[in-house]
Unconditional design. Structure first.
Length: 202
């Protein structure tokens, strides 16, 4: 990954890299599913503590719901889902996200609600197709500075985190969606000066 003026460039995984991932998983005894062409999978409420390796073989997936489990991490290989549009990993125990999440170039909805995240990877900034970002009830202490780069974002929820401040110009970038901010933010600590600035630009 190369960083230049707060813009992040990520090269998508090559076909050779995807092939290598598949070979490695087969070598470990992960079975090839007969439903490789499925576009949606729901593994919510399965008491999973690790991301199932066989799902990584389903590269045509467009929707993944793996919410309400016990996941503490997502694999780097999750970036192979270049067709994925919806990822729901809410109600888990995630503390960090892999930078490879920036490879999910088709992603429209990302639900990270109710985890233990203290920071979001900067690679999310390249997900320009993202329309919904749900990061409420985590442990974020800083409002992500890259949010203005998500030019197609329509719904955003950052409530119930541990903010100390917000970027000065954030409200100006999201005039139609930022009204969520002053509702449900019981754990928000924000300076009155910043609050006035935000509401004036909404």
């Amino acid at each position: 990954m190369r960083v230049d003026s707060r813009i992040y460039y990520l090269a998508a995984p090559t076909e050779q890299e995807r092939s290598d991932w598949m070979k490695a998983m087969m070598k470990e005894g992960v079975p090839l599913s007969q439903h490789m062409q499925d576009e949606e999978i729901d593994l919510s409420r399965q008491e999973l503590i690790e991301y199932p390796k066989h799902i990584l073989l389903k590269l045509n997936l467009k929707r993944i719901n793996i919410s309400e489990n016990e996941l503490k991490a997502l694999p780097d290989e999750i970036g192979a889902y270049n067709k994925l549009e919806v990822l729901n990993v809410s109600y888990n125990k995630l503390k960090v996200l892999p930078e490879s999440i920036g490879y999910l170039v088709s992603l429209r909805e990302l639900n990270l609600h109710k985890n233990q995240l203290v920071k979001l990877p900067s690679s999310i900034s390249v997900l320009t197709n993202l329309q919904l970002l749900w990061v409420s009830q985590n442990k974020l202490t800083e409002c992500p500075a890259f949010l203005p780069q998500l030019v197609n974002l329509q719904k955003l929820c950052l409530s119930y985190n541990q903010w100390s401040s917000i970027p000065d110009d954030l409200g100006a970038h999201f005039p139609t969606i930022f009204r969520f901010l002053l509702f449900f933010l019981h754990s928000l600590s924000i300076k009155r000066y910043d609050t006035r600035k935000l509401t004036r630009k909404m």
